[in-house]
Design a protein around this ligand. Structure first.
Ligand SMILES: Cc1ncc(COP(=O)(O)O)c(C=O)c1O
Length: 660
């Protein structure tokens, strides 16, 4: 798709519009149009005795000027463009950014001037454009946008075009101007990298209205648009004008030195083959998007298997990590450091727990919990018989020897038997089976409040409550493995809060440090008291780098409004999935933003088709699509993902085979 921005100046010329419409009628690639209208707004302001004022190219917009801008942009210019397109045979529809919430903005703040009702785009509902484009309609968009306060704002049309191009995403962003490109000594510069384009602004070569175009072009390119071109009407179809494209310095993902095929070939030669990966090499991430070595953008609904809760390269997180790396990264657990204490305090103050043991992964957090349980039981009853561990079918607790022993799936366990003895498996969500399995020799029961890998199955409230009672009766410790479902993933800080019961231990890992390795075993004082110096440890655990990163994640995720938004986007995701109603979709389940969609057949072909379309998904078992995007995913990004899933459903073959 192409996004075309038409400047306001040319629109005053009657011949221009019919010529443009004729040219666009011949266009093969689907198109969306954003238009300006500056000159006409200024003219009407003058007629009405309003003095136009500008700050750095932005129109200062009081209530009267906003009314004028809306009248001119939405009422006159938008309709004029639509009429010209229709006359040329293009099926066009005009709307403003307010309609269907297409463009959402916040009030733009300037350090030294009051801009009034000037907005900057924070969200784009790309779905609106896609839906109409599928129906063969070309949208013509006036850049009036809706603020979260319900107020309408005037948005610079270049900025609106850049944001829309990135969100669609468009392959090309075209600025149609009354000048033939970025001029130097009167002639257009044919090609610029992002860095060169920004340098021309710094040096003053790019000035006035061209500045917002160049900035919008660079921002769109940084967010995945392949290229932007600034051109006049005569140059539109001749490839003239100035093309701005990515360069290595600003966009490392698209460095030509990264040869994806060579990386994949070298991996096959040097890496132990424990994974079978699709043929993509990722080099960069921004928010909910990942970019591969070719610069292709993907909406990431995997979040590194429920890890990158704040999205990729969150600015606050990245700044904290790099500052800490420049200060102190590692000293080992031989010495005191501060970051792990600050993190432990936060975890304790927000949970049932009284102390924390840090490690480096979910498996290690569970390993620690199982060791703690064995020691606790020995302390309680030193006959050496209270060593039993009860775990559940469909559960997943990790790949290290102890955690694997508590993981039921034969495929993971069989090649490595014998594992840690003493583990019994009971069916999940079956309280009477659990009652039969838990006895006086049980030292711990380990369960995920929402099973992740096993197919996204939430535990029933009565099941967790019953396990608590059984553990109390048999003097066993209850361990909640919240490695995947915890820390906000399920719409509450801890997934078990939905059941109103507390465990004796809880394990955390994946999202805790936002992408750096960490594990945590949260325990009651009674458990902590049986552990002595030398009982357990780790060289890397509790390092300042991971713990500083985790503080940033925790402080953001623990905010009530953050949890509200996870619940709201999760609900929207489930509703949109349920509304798909393809005959092969058996169930949609989960909590918050850990959602499983179970199909009647293997989902791998659907995952592959979606990746080709720029959406990354994973499974949880053969037939379950697992959706676990970054917790900061927006409603519009959910809509975009659903749209791709809907388009890719035919990839599920009628006979359920995996071949496409
Ligand atoms: C519930 C649960 N526990 C433990 C683990 C193991 O974590 P890690 O891969 O960090 O060792 C996982 C990983 O997927 C998990 O989902």
């Amino acid at each position: 798709m192409k996004l075309l921005k038409i400047g306001g100046n040319q629109l005053e010329d009657a011949g221009f519009l019919s010529e443009l419409a004729g040219a666009l009628a011949a266009e093969k690639t689907p198109l969306a149009i954003v238009h300006g209208g500056g000159r006409a707004i200024a003219a009407l302001q003058q007629q009405l005795g309003i003095e136009p004022a500008h700050v750095e190219g932005l129109r200062v917009t009081d209530a009267e000027s906003l009314a004028v801008a809306e009248m001119v942009l939405c009422g006159q210019i938008n309709k004029r463009i639509v009429a010209a397109l229709l006359a040329a045979g293009v099926d066009a529809l005009g709307l403003s950014g307010v309609d269907r919430g297409l463009l959402r903005c916040r009030r733009k703040v300037h350090p030294s001037a009051e801009l009034g009702y000037v907005g900057e785009i924070v969200e784009v509902r790309a779905l609106v454009v896609h839906e109409l484009q599928r129906a063969g309609v070309t949208l013509v968009i006036a850049p009036i946008s809706l603020g979260r306060d319900g107020q309408r704002y005037n948005v610079n049309a270049d900025e609106a075009a850049g944001a829309l191009a990135a969100a669609l995403p468009a392959e090309q962003l075209l600025f149609l101007s009354d000048v033939p490109g970025v001029l130097q000594n009167g002639a257009p510069l044919p090609r610029l990298t992002e860095t060169e384009a920004l340098a021309l602004i710094e040096s003053g070569v790019v000035q006035a209205g061209m500045v917002t175009k160049v900035r919008a072009a660079v921002s769109a390119i940084e967010n995945g648009v392949a290229q932007a071109r600034i051109v006049d009407l005569p140059g539109l179809h001749s490839g003239a004008g100035t093309t701005i494209a990515a360069d290595g310095a600003r966009a490392p993902a698209r460095e030509t030195t990264i040869d994806a095929e060579a990386v994949i070939a070298a991996e096959a030669r040097f890496i132990v083959p424990t994974y079978s990966r699709p043929p993509r090499v990722f080099t960069r991430g921004v928010g909910a998007y990942l970019f591969d070595a070719g610069g292709k953008r993907y909406l990431d609904f995997t979040a590194g298997i429920a890890v990158t809760a704040l999205g990729h390269s969150d600015p606050e997180w990245a700044a904290a990590v790099s500052q800490q790396a420049g200060k102190l990264a590692h000293v080992s657990n031989l010495y005191h450091t501060a970051a792990h204490v600050h993190l432990a305090r936060r975890l304790v103050e927000h949970s049932f727990a009284e102390r924390v043991f840090f490690s480096n992964s979910g498996s290690e957090a569970n390993e620690a919990a199982l060791k703690f349980a064995r020691k606790w039981a020995r302390f309680l009853n030193d006959t050496g018989e209270k060593t039993g561990i009860v775990a559940f079918e469909g559960g997943f607790h990790g790949r290290t020897a102890g955690a694997l022993a508590a993981t039921a799936r034969a495929q993971y366990r069989d090649p490595f038997e014998p594992l840690l003895p003493g583990v019994t498996f009971a069916p999940f969500n079956d309280l009477s089976a659990a009652e039969a399995a838990i006895n006086g020799n049980t030292c711990a029961v380990i369960v995920e409040p929402v099973q992740g890998e096993g197919g996204v199955h939430p535990a029933a409230v009565e099941f967790l409550q019953g396990l608590r009672e059984l553990c109390d009766e048999q003097q066993a410790l209850l361990i909640f493995d919240e490695v995947q479902c915890g820390l906000g993933r399920c719409g509450r800080l801890w997934a078990h809060q939905a059941a109103g019961v507390t465990p004796d231990m809880m394990t955390l890992a994946k999202p805790l440090a936002g992408g750096l390795p960490i594990g945590a075993t949260l325990v009651t004082e009674a458990v902590a008291q049986v552990m002595e110096p030398g009982d357990h440890g780790s060289t890397f655990a509790a390092g300042p780098l991971a713990c500083r990163a985790a503080q940033v994640v925790f402080d953001r995720v623990a905010r009530p409004e953050f949890m509200d938004s996870v619940r709201a986007t999760g609900k929207h995701l489930c509703e949109r999935l349920q509304a798909l109603q393809p005959e092969k979709l058996l169930a949609v389940r989960g909590a918050g933003l850990l959602v499983g969609a179970e199909f009647s057949q293997p989902v791998r072909p659907l995952i592959e088709a979606a990746a080709d379309r720029g959406l990354l998904l994973i499974s949880a078992g053969e037939n379950v699509l697992r959706l676990c995007p970054p917790l900061v995913i927006s409603m519009e990004q959910v809509d975009a993902a659903i749209e791709i899933i809907a388009d890719c459903l035919p990839a599920l073959s009628p006979d359920g085979s995996e071949h496409r």
